[in-house]
Design a protein. Structure first.
Lengths: 326, 359
């Protein structure tokens, strides 16, 4: 069994599903001979040909709208946006059509499409290449929003996303595309699209996060352990629909919760989790919920970007603050 | 001087405003007078439908409605040329095309009457529903056409767009990708001169809207959009080319919006009565009717008899629409996803409980 990175897991899932379902099509900018700017589609053109791996004219609106049209006619397009920051022109097609064609036609038509995009900051990229705008999409009815943070979860969740009959926004945390390798069997086994993953058991505080921030959050849990604090770490992975039960169960046990995300704070997805804790877990909580997030600013250019992204230190401090209340 | 490229835009017309043929080479379909009578009758039904729909809105029995008054030749021309297996991606007033494709008048009324079931219509299941965000349907046609091309199906995707809609990125994107990939797609620009209050000349510096198609590498022409024969002939040609793998087309149909933009609009705020009056001289029904009458195929008596039949059919359609019960509250939830996620199950349960508590 091969040891692969997160981005190799994306490629492996695409290849597996294209191999098993002739209606699966990959389209985007430079996804063909170039294999994608991050190489997520490398080798697919050679294996499946130009009718299944389509280099589109350079227009995100076109890619999104054509994806809707193809999907409505029975194909399963997997559209790539080169960066999440380039998805704004796609929003009209995604929100007005991909997400609501099923509802608009009372189920007569639907859009089994996946919109993939490398997501988040921290790779010293140029302006507009580092956005984390998942909350824009989680507010849109009819979408699923997925953000895997390991090779295994990327593989299983992408398979599930392609197989799902509804549109899925699939964000890939590019900062950890090649962070580490793990064994991922190419067995076509999908993961559920509505389940959080408990990455580390703990009893004192629950750390909830997703995407590349899983790295810092796990490191924070290590640091907390050094000072005798047992932190549970949850990777939300499927933001919409949210598996709140897993989070609630953990908070019942720990009584404390820190939500970590790199997107801006106000109306970020952490706010949704905090609101649900307020609604359902008030009496389980021993301390106010803490959020460690990006600031309500645009992510700075790369000289300062690591100071914007939540650090291990900030996560540890927030966890300690929840423990200071008794 | 070296010319890198040059081009011209054909203007196609068979019938002038007085109903006289402007050229001798009438297309084959137009020589079949029974067929032409059928098409004229469909146009007349469409006008009866439109008049009745506006009346329903004015009396509080319909929501905002987008009239198609003056566009009858365009829509019937398109609908009569298409095959059932082709895909139609409309904006929101192409009822004439849709009636030919099997959509029922009661379904149009249901849509404007605030019920999603109107878009689950009796037309082909692969046809797109009405599209309100301007121009977005263009790319759905392009995507459909790409699917047909990849699957090697001899089908064509047709979209309609207004003159204002050709300013949208989605329109440019659709014709661009259709040209780049030689997709079986036909774009019909229904140039009715007005995008609500903004006139055609304020949309672009281009002399014609058709020439936008040339820039994308599509075969492009203008037709008299009030001349059913011209629209149909252009559609027949464009569909045949597309179906045989020769690529897409842009047809700019020149017509006039004789109505307000919708029933929520008052066009007197921004255009002169004189212009509208002049446009009535060019309207599509009178022209075809005169041509049929000159050929001895139609007369006042048949006109009146058909209008009575149209009225009776509309009464049935209106009664069916008005008699359609409102969907239950759960319908708000049940078509959001193939399978309801847990959050929505909970919200649905709560909404139903709140509703039954209020009874």
């Amino acid at each position: 069994m091969a040891q692969i990175t997160l981005i190799e897991a994306v490629t492996m899932a695409l290849a597996y599903e294209m191999d098993h379902d002739a209606s699966v099509i990959v389209l985007g900018e430079d996804v063909g001979i170039n294999g994608g700017v991050f190489r997520a589609t490398v080798g697919l053109l050679e294996k499946f040909g130009p009718e299944r791996v389509i280099d589109m004219p350079l227009d995100e609106t076109t890619i999104a709208g054509v994806t809707v049209g193809m999907a409505a006619q029975g194909m399963k397009p997997v559209a790539e946006s080169q960066f999440e920051g380039f998805m704004y022109p796609m929003l009209d097609q995604i929100a007005s059509h991909a997400a609501r064609l099923r509802n608009r036609t009372r189920g007569r038509m639907h859009v089994p499409a996946v919109f993939r995009a490398p997501w988040g900051g921290g790779i010293r990229a140029p302006e507009h290449h580092s956005e984390a705008n998942e909350a824009i999409f989680t507010n849109i009815p009819g979408l699923r929003v997925v953000l895997p943070s390991s090779p295994g979860r990327a593989y299983g969740l992408l398979l599930a996303a392609i197989r799902d009959p509804d549109p899925v926004i699939f964000f890939e945390p590019k900062r950890i595309y090649r962070q580490y390798k793990e064994e991922v069997p190419d067995d076509g086994e999908a993961l559920p699209l509505d389940m959080c993953f408990v990455l580390r058991d703990g009893s004192d505080v629950t750390l909830v996060t997703w995407g590349a921030q899983v790295k810092e959050t796990l490191e924070a849990a290590d640091a907390l352990a050094d000072s005798g604090i047992s932190a549970e770490v949850i990777d939300v992975a499927t933001l919409k629909p949210l598996d709140f039960d897993t989070i609630h169960e953990s908070v019942r046990k720990t009584g404390r919760c820190v939500i970590v995300h790199e997107a801006p704070r106000t109306a970020g997805f952490g706010a949704e989790i905090a609101a649900r804790l307020a609604e359902h877990a008030m009496y389980d909580l021993l301390a106010p919920v803490q959020r460690v997030t990006g600031y309500d600013t645009h992510i700075p250019l790369f000289r300062l970007e690591m100071k914007y992204l939540p650090s291990v230190q900030r996560i540890v401090a927030a966890a300690q603050q929840t423990l200071a209340v008794s | 001087m070296t010319i890198a490229a040059s081009f011209e835009i054909e203007y196609l017309q068979y019938l002038d405003t007085t109903g006289k043929a402007t050229r001798k080479d009438l297309p084959e379909f137009a020589r079949d007078l029974d067929h032409m009578i059928d098409l004229y009758k469909t146009m007349l039904f469409l006008r009866v439908f439109d008049t009745k729909s506006i009346a329903l809105q004015r009396t509080g029995k319909l929501g905002t409605y987008a009239s198609c008054l003056g566009h009858e030749a365009v829509y019937i021309g398109i609908g009569s040329a298409m095959q059932e297996e082709d895909v139609f991606a409309p904006s929101y007033r192409e009822y004439g095309t849709q009636f030919i494709r099997g959509v029922k008048p009661r379904e149009v009324l249901l849509y404007w009457g605030g019920d999603e079931r109107g878009s689950d219509f009796s037309g082909p299941a692969h046809d797109f529903p009405w599209t309100v965000p301007i121009g977005t349907q263009c790319l759905h046609a392009a995507g459909s056409a790409l699917a047909f091309k990849l699957r090697k199906e001899p089908r064509v995707a047709v979209f309609c767009i207004g003159d204002g809609g050709t300013s949208k990125a989605d329109f440019y994107g659709a014709i661009n990708v259709a040209g780049a990939m030689q997709l079986p797609m036909v774009a019909v620009i229904v140039n009715n001169q007005w995008a609500i209050s903004t006139p055609r000349q304020a949309q672009t510096g281009a002399k014609t809207l058709a020439q936008k198609g040339l820039a994308a590498g599509l075969e492009s022409l203008q037709v008299d959009g009030n001349d059913l024969i011209a629209v149909r002939a252009a559609m027949d040609h464009a569909l045949k080319r597309a179906r045989h793998g020769h690529g897409g087309s842009v047809i700019e149909a020149i017509t006039y919006r004789l109505s307000d933009h919708t029933t929520a609009d008052d066009a007197r705020r921004y255009r002169d009565d004189a212009e509208v009056k002049a446009a009535w001289e060019r309207e599509p029904l009178l022209r075809l009717r005169t041509w049929l009458e000159l050929a001895g195929a139609w007369d006042e008596q048949r006109e009146e008899a058909w209008k009575v039949q149209c009225g009776q059919r509309m009464d049935e359609e209106v009664n069916a629409y008005l008699g359609t019960r409102t969907q239950p509250l759960e319908a708000t939830f049940d078509y959001t996803y193939a399978e309801l996620p847990i959050d929505l199950v909970e919200q649905r349960t709560a909404a139903l409980a709140a509703e039954s508590a209020s009874h």
